[in-house]
Design a protein around this ligand. Structure first.
Ligand code: WTA
Length: 635
């Protein structure tokens, strides 16, 4: 039996039990057999959730880029590591082999060093989805600099806040970026941000759009000539297991964004191990995750996890709708993609388009379909399963967070039988617990509660940059000796988990806890509905009542709204019970979303509660314009 590659359900249970009973032995074996170390650890794990402090593989020395690149050179030098697919389908794709990646990362690392970056320095990376983005992360890791990637869709204020919070010395960016038919002036955004960032001494600029940009004398440098002049050899900095690898910001329910800090060895081991198993990755597969490297999904499952396994990882610059909504399927066909990992919001948008755009392409290479980022509603799950997967590619609905570094609850494809909308079983080494509000652990099955994790796993974030107390307070103070995820979940009769949504979205109606996700699922089953969001609003008798925002599909025909309201409530009544019926249903042209595609319920909640005097910051929304429309039409 191999602990590294799980192939049967029985094996899953066996390995899972071992990982729980003897976590140190288990992870030590994985670490020992599948990675290269400059020095082995003195101690596998020490932890204390009250401080909180977690250390994995303490005393070990390594460099993650030697694991992701150098060790593959002998056997996979000519294999494609990164397969870059540009925004414009008429532009050629680029195959970057492991040996080319090695040279390019080394050159980039030498440029960083030549411009004063040393081990431990923070470097802000604000680069679109072009090869330089992946290469810049690895170049930082090569020399022990801490990368802080900021999604290249954030505004200048958001960039400045993040640069200053972690005192970045350098910014890596591009002249501009392409997103579908649009191009964005990235350098202009950086220039604006840097007016507020006196600590930034150097800006390296990659060329992508060839648009005219202002280069500030003494600060801004074109990247390419520096790379061309740099040596293709760069010794890897020897890092301690617990040295920070990167900072990645995630928004909290209040306050400024939290800079989650991930460290080197545990993150490497866990992302590599989860990648291998959750995607059942095999040597000649072509794996594609559609996320942006600006988010944790891209860090862990475009860059580090796949490369640590010597995989071919597709990196797509564009958007699902350009030049038309068939673009994803055209790419799957073109590159014979075997594993495809995307978000429910994309699936819903594509499902809205009808099946012709899918059926036009040959998707027979697909073996595994992944979903991540939010609960996947039942209708989207079935569309993904039937139309894209033709009922033969298992869907892995993978639950995890920026804070967890890697996938935590997921089916293992071809191992765990799937169930629509269920993330199913905890991954190897993960010990979930469901808690009630009084802080008791709910034992047994068929139970719903707040999702915590009882035991450390190798890729748990170690702190919030510059604010350990906020880290303790946010994740370890709600329940004693447990990591609190902020999500609610239910466990069914066989022990499968279903994530019901953020607990801040749980609405208590007449004493009944209702999760928003199942109600939205029910609504979305209505053939006329494209998307919906439920929030609570104050109600004299029930405490809270339900307010639904519903976006209809654009079918060109007009519908009677009163009839639709009745039909929607009937569906909810049928699926969940009359208790979950909506008191108000407002039809909208769109829902306010964050740039990562999550619905901004905070705003919807305020509108539903008629509390619109202070909607908070809406500038980071993808579509701020819908907010006014929704307010104007509010019931
Ligand atoms: C939600 C993304 C249901 C959840 C990797 C979590 C999910 C938050 C799922 C983290 C899923 C993520 N089913 N909900 N499969 N995956 N979520 O930090 O609420 O961007 O807490 O990490 O997304 O989002 P983040």
């Amino acid at each position: 039996m191999s602990n590294y590659h799980i192939k049967h359900l029985e094996e899953y249970y066996q390995v899972y039990r071992k990982s729980i009973r003897e976590p140190e032995n288990f992870w030590e074996e994985v670490a020992e057999e599948h990675f290269v170390w400059r020095k082995k650890w003195d101690n596998v794990l020490s932890w204390d959730f009250t401080k909180p402090e977690v250390k994995w593989f303490e005393g070990a020395k390594l460099n993650i880029t030697e694991n992701c690149i150098d060790r593959h050179l002998a056997t996979r030098g000519d294999k494609t590591a990164i397969l870059f697919e540009p925004n414009n389908p008429d532009e050629p794709s680029e195959h970057i082999t492991y040996s080319q990646l090695h040279k390019r990362v080394n050159q980039f690392a030498n440029v960083l060093k030549a411009h004063g970056i040393q081990k431990g320095d923070r470097v802000c990376i604000y680069v679109p989805m072009i090869p330089e983005l992946a290469i810049s992360l690895l170049a930082c890791a090569r020399i022990g600099a801490i990368h802080s990637v900021v999604f290249a869709g954030f505004s200048s204020t958001a960039v400045a806040t993040r640069i200053n919070d972690s005192d970045c010395k350098m910014v890596i960016t591009a002249d501009g970026s392409y997103r579908g038919a649009k191009s964005i002036d990235l350098k202009g955004i950086v220039d604006e941000a840097l007016e507020e960032c006196p600590g930034v001494k150097t800006v390296l600029v990659a060329k992508r759009t060839n648009s005219e940009v202002h280069m500030k004398e003494g600060r801004d440098l074109w990247l390419q000539p520096l790379l061309d002049a740099a040596s293709t050899e760069c010794k890897a900095e020897i890092m301690d297991a617990e040295d920070p690898l990167f900072i990645l910001y995630t928004s909290g329910s209040t306050g400024k964004p939290k800079g989650m800090v991930h460290t080197t060895a545990g993150y490497m081991v866990y992302t590599a191990y989860t990648f291998k198993n959750a995607f059942q990755y095999r040597e000649n597969d072509v794996y594609w995750c559609t996320a942006d490297i600006g988010w944790i999904t891209g860090h862990s499952y475009i860059v580090y996890g796949p490369l640590a396994n010597g995989a071919t990882s597709v990196m797509f610059e564009g958007v699902p709708s350009y030049p038309d909504f068939g673009r994803f399927w055209q790419i799957v066909d073109k590159h014979n993609v075997t594993q495809f990992y995307t978000a429910p919001t994309a699936i819903r948008a594509l499902a809205k388009q009808g099946v012709e755009l899918v059926e036009k392409y040959d998707l027979s290479s697909l073996k595994v379909l992944g979903s991540v980022g939010e609960p996947i509603n039942e209708e989207a799950w079935h569309w993904y399963n039937d139309v894209v997967g033709k009922n033969k590619s298992p869907i892995i609905d993978s639950w995890w967070q920026t804070e967890t570094g890697g996938i935590m609850i997921t089916p293992i494809p071809y191992v765990t039988p799937t169930k629509p909308t269920y993330a199913t079983l905890p991954f190897i080494g993960i010990q979930p617990a469901l808690m009630d509000e009084a802080g008791n652990e709910l034992k047994g099955n068929q139970i719903e509660g707040r999702l915590c994790i009882k035991f450390p796993w190798p890729s748990i974030a170690r702190t919030i940059w510059g604010n350990h107390e906020r880290y303790r307070e946010t994740y370890f103070s709600t329940y004693e000796n447990k990591y609190f995820t902020g999500d609610g979940a239910l466990r069914d009769e066989v022990g499968y988990y279903r994530i019901t949504g953020r607990v801040d979205d749980v609405i208590i109606v007449s004493g009944h806890n209702l999760g928003t996700a199942p109600i939205e699922d029910a609504i979305n089953e209505h053939p006329a509905v494209a998307e919906s969001a439920i929030v609570g609003f104050p109600h004299d008798i029930k405490g809270s009542a339900l307010y639904g925002y519903v976006t209809l599909k654009d079918t060109g025909e007009s519908r009677n709204h009163d009839n639709l309201r009745k039909e929607i409530n009937q569906l909810i009544s049928d699926r969940i019970g009359p208790i979950a019926k909506l008191d108000k249903i407002q039809f909208t042209n769109g829902l306010p979303k964050t740039r990562s595609g999550k619905i901004m319920r905070r705003i919807l909640r305020k509108i539903a509660s008629k509390d619109t005097s202070n909607l908070g910051d809406t500038s980071t929304l993808l579509n701020p314009e819908v907010v006014q429309d929704i307010m104007d039409e509010a019931l």
